[in-house]
Design a protein around this ligand. Sequence first.
Ligand code: NI
Length: 208
Amino acid sequence: MAKIRLTLWILVGLALLGVAALQIMRPGKPESLNLTNANENNQRYSAPFELTAHTGQRFSSDSLDGRFRLMYFGYSFCPDVCPIDLAKITAALKTLESDGIDTDLIQPIFVSIDPERDTPEAMADYVNLFHPRLLGLTGSLEEVDALAKRFGVYYKKIPQSDGSDYLMDHLVVIFLMDQKGNYVRLFTNRDSADSIASALKPLLTTGR
Ligand code: NI
């Protein structure tokens, strides 16, 4: 575990320093999400859901009302992409905060698609590595699967031939939802932390 944690920290550090450079090295992932359909502001995204937070308490999406959501599906055992993307979300929010902008109106959320290993305790340890307000959500296989399907998030368990722990292949996009949970846009591996910060800034600085 110590080795895994060290590796994570190194990855987080690298990502914070050079997210843009790392994007080039990122392995290709299937993008099964239908991007043309992702533009719909419909029930698919905004319908309420319940999961279990990294605190161990049950979580209702109703508690997000009034806040924008940055939502990412992945798993805490992910060796490469998840830590980079979560570090990117963290870096985007920190960039805004260092400019004196209050980011409380944006809730960053990490939803596990590997709930068998991602217990609330595992999620709590993991989200601690990133933004202090990052919310980890996990649940039963059925709960997680239902939410991932609704968002069009592909994921698949990949057994390792050497018998070691499995990996999860999964869609890697960051969803931005409005204060009612309606879909706004996606960020992909082509978006840097700075470009995400630029996209979020108007949400936090206009009409307040
Ligand atoms: Ni991952």
